[in-house]
Write a protein that binds this ligand. Sequence first.
Ligand code: ATP
Ligand code: MG
Length: 157
Amino acid sequence: MGIALAREGSLLVEVERGSIERGSCATLAVSREWHISQARQEAIEMARSIGMSPTLSLHVGTAVSELATNLVWHSTSGGAITLCAVKEDGNEGIEVVAEDDGPGIPNVERALQEGFSSKGSLGGGLPGVRRFMEEFDITSVLNQGTRVLARKWKRWP
Ligand SMILES: Nc1ncnc2c1ncn2[C@@H]1O[C@H](COP(=O)(O)OP(=O)(O)OP(=O)(O)O)[C@@H](O)[C@H]1O
Ligand SMILES: [Mg+2]
């Protein structure tokens, strides 16, 4: 189910802009705890490789770490994270897509609220990803899976 957020989310924006170029991409399988730090490190390195500042690169790394953690803890068989260097109108950024075939999220709006967790955790992961990344879109279908897309740009707006 696409949620109301999709209205301001990246897909709609992308239709309006229509010109995101993808450069090098890497897809990482994420199912074990040690994959989380691997994905985080890979994201930081890709962000640094396009000349993103150390601070912004860490934001990308933190977002990837939260998405990877969710794949490990909330999806039955893990999932995958795809990182791409992207370009648009002379601006450069990193695109992150986290996908799984897990149980899906029954109420996406609630899952995006600070402090909501179905597992008694802090419930700061998804709201954090939304804060750290300028573009954020989530689609989740019950019993089919979840897809989160997020982008961070070197210059914003
Ligand atoms: N990939 C996913 N598949 C199924 N449910 C998910 C997935 N990602 C998140 N969720 C649901 O959304 C809720 C909120 O996620 P969020 O990352 O914000 O918090 P958390 O993982 O519970 O806690 P924290 O990330 O702070 O340790 C989760 O508790 C879970 O119910
Ligand atoms: Mg989480």
